[in-house]
Design a protein around this ligand. Structure first.
Ligand SMILES: [Zn+2]
Length: 232
């Protein structure tokens, strides 16, 4: 390990004292995790590589997010929601209970009493809009759950709006996920895969570029060497 005399990227000669240095074994391991050989790469080239990787990641995350939004929109419309219970004959298709929640901040106006005076006073378009959005969000969460159970209908859906702690409103919904007729949601697998890739990519840690085990430990966030100042 570290036997090469020149950096394979920039071609400069490695030297012990300052200048062009090898990476520490820990850093090399970090790169390896991402499928990159960094044994004969100098520190400044490794630094450039990290910048490149970060940029690539940001771009990919952006694309995935846009894709997710698009396919979610297409897929979620495939699920039918009804407030009435399903007919007895659908029983074999029952997949289970699904639910969804959303919490919205509504600012200084608190409590349902205030909200209603406000609504009937004709002053609260914005208020109502926020609750509608929260409702949609809660139902979408339940829909995703139903999809993952292989259902295409949510029956007996109940929505509840409650005022929470100061300035928040909690919207919750619950219903029964039922598979009825032909379930045809080809886009769902893709949503699932895209969401998985997005989550994994967001968690992925970039390699730490260090010339020695000591500085690697210092730069490593898990080492506890970096502490958030108390005032934050
Ligand atoms: Zn180099």
């Amino acid at each position: 390990m570290n036997s090469s005399t020149v950096c394979r990227v920039c071609g400069r000669t490695f030297s012990k004292r300052g200048g062009i240095r090898h990476l520490s074994a820990e850093s090399i391991r970090d790169f390896k995790r991402l499928g990159i050989e960094a044994e004969d790469m100098c520190m400044s080239c490794a630094m450039d590589k990290v910048k490149e990787l970060s940029l690539e990641r940001e771009e990919r995350l952006g694309d995935l997010k846009a894709e997710l939004r698009e396919c979610e929109k297409n897929v979620l419309t495939e699920i039918q929601v009804m407030t009435t219970p399903h007919p007895e004959s659908w029983m074999p298709g029952v997949k289970g209970v699904v639910s969804g929640y959303a919490v919205v901040g509504v600012g200084a106006l608190t409590g349902l009493a205030n909200m209603f005076t406000d609504i009937f006073g004709g002053e609260s378009e914005e208020y109502l809009q926020k609750i509608r959005n929260a409702e949609r969000h809660a139902v979408n969460v339940a829909k995703m759950q139903a999809l993952s159970l292989g259902a295409n209908i949510i029956s007996g859906m109940r929505l509840e709006v409650k005022s929470g702690n100061t300035g928040t409103i909690l919207v919750s919904c619950v219903g029964t996920a039922v598979e009825h007729g032909s379930v045809n949601v080809p886009g769902f697998e893709r949503v699932r895969e895209t969401a998985k890739e997005y989550a994994e990519l967001r968690r992925r840690r970039m390699p730490i570029v260090a010339g020695s085990s000591e500085s690697y430990a210092e730069l490593s966030p898990s080492a506890g060497s970096y502490e958030v100042p108390a005032h934050l």
